[in-house]
Design a protein around this ligand. Structure first.
Ligand SMILES: [Mn+2]
Length: 374
């Protein structure tokens, strides 16, 4: 059986206030055309379909349109991520069920069971993003220190993974789809920092050796993780912010057969505009103006600042999303000016940093409270 694995679409995410729905729609169309050409029988979407738990109708239209398009090609299975609202997805589960799009918004110990076109039995265990407040009791959240809290979360999610994978057999194709953070994963960019730190990490050893392929979302950089079976993050299909403007964007195409190791092909995506940082003096920048195509640009000017410099740069680079004036000896954008791109969680972490407070439990609580408010 051939499956396609994608995740972290983050539809609705803007860049410095610039809407990227057209790019998001384009890359989802590219994913559908790959699925069609490669005859993927199963399409796994492992979380963060949306950027927000309350997406705009336009973002919903893009995501729902993409799910229906994919459902014409193969069986579609969705597990929610930390940016999605599980309840909102639950609300449309029955409707999407009519189109053979299975949304698994909540924890369900029973794997999905179906047969591949070749008649091979498939078992697909799923796990949505699990928030700490669901798993560690409130009292423990207060009493345990960060390390204990971390291992509590790790142990319990590890246990859930074992449990949902328990029915795997040697005669079936055994798959896992979920949205979680593994120890030692390399961050891409645009992830919520507070939900990728130690306390939210799980050990890859929780996955059974009998799994043919473990499809993960949450980390935006595509990578294979060491573990007892093939474990992959397929990464985000678009670069989401300037900390993440390099590296390929891809979907994984996976061939699986009972009793044989999975063959994983990484297919590069080309839709969407590149995010790029260019740095130089006004003179140096003048020379490269016009050569940046339609890339979204962050321009760092190292010339001495003068009135109207920002406007001059924007005139040179109409695609400059952000213009930063740095002191001549600085090559990196200044922290102060960079604040507007940070998430509330990241800002809170910086706030604590500035006051010399190191308390991951506090960060985690902030994150939980923030999640409840948005
Ligand atoms: Mn994500």
């Amino acid at each position: 059986m051939r499956l396609l694995h994608t995740a972290d679409w983050h539809v609705g995410r803007s860049l410095q206030g610039r809407n990227r729905l057209d790019e998001q729609q384009a890359v989802l169309a590219e994913i559908a055309s790959i699925a069609r050409e490669q005859e993927a029988e199963l399409i796994l979407i492992t979380g963060d379909l949306f950027d927000s738990a309350s997406p705009s109708p336009e973002a919903e239209s893009v995501v729902y349109g993409a799910l229906l398009e994919l459902s014409k090609i193969g069986k579609v299975v969705v597990t929610p991520g930390n940016h999605d609202s599980d309840r909102r997805l639950q609300a449309v589960t029955a409707v999407f069920g009519l189109a053979d799009v299975t949304i698994r918004p909540f924890v369900d110990p029973r794997p999905l069971r179906f047969d591949s076109k070749d008649g091979e039995p498939v078992m697909l265990a799923t796990l949505p993003w699990i928030s700490q407040r669901y798993i560690v009791k409130a009292a423990q959240l207060m009493d345990l220190d960060a390390f204990e809290l971390g291992s509590e979360f790790k142990d319990r999610v590890g246990h859930m993974i074992e449990r949902v994978c328990e029915p795997f057999s040697k005669d079936s194709i055994n798959l896992f789809a979920g949205h979680l953070s593994l120890f030692n994963a390399t961050l891409g960019g645009g992830e919520r920092t507070a939900q990728t730190i130690f306390e939210y990490c799980v050990d890859a050893t929780a996955f059974p050796g009998s799994a043919h392929y473990v499809a993960l979302g949450h980390i935006h950089k595509a990578q294979k993780m060491p573990g007892p079976c093939p474990i992959h993050y397929c990464g985000a299909p678009l670069h989401l912010d300037f900390s993440d403007d390099e590296g390929p964007r891809q979907v994984n195409l996976v061939d699986v057969r009972p009793g044989l190791p999975a063959e994983v092909q990484e297919i590069e995506l080309t839709s969407g505009r590149r995010l790029r940082t260019i740095t130089g003096t006004l003179k140096q920048l003048e020379k490269v103006a016009g050569s940046c195509g339609d890339d979204h640009l962050r321009v760092v000017v190292t010339s001495k600042a003068h009135t109207g410099l920002g406007d001059e740069i924007r005139e040179l680079f109409p695609n400059a999303v952000k213009v930063i004036a740095a002191a001549p000896d600085e090559t990196r954008p200044s922290e102060t000016l960079d604040r507007q791109t940070l998430s509330p969680q990241d800002l809170f972490i910086r706030y604590l940093d500035e006051r010399d407070i190191e308390d991951p439990a506090l960060v985690s609580l902030f994150s939980e409270l923030y999640e409840e408010c948005v």
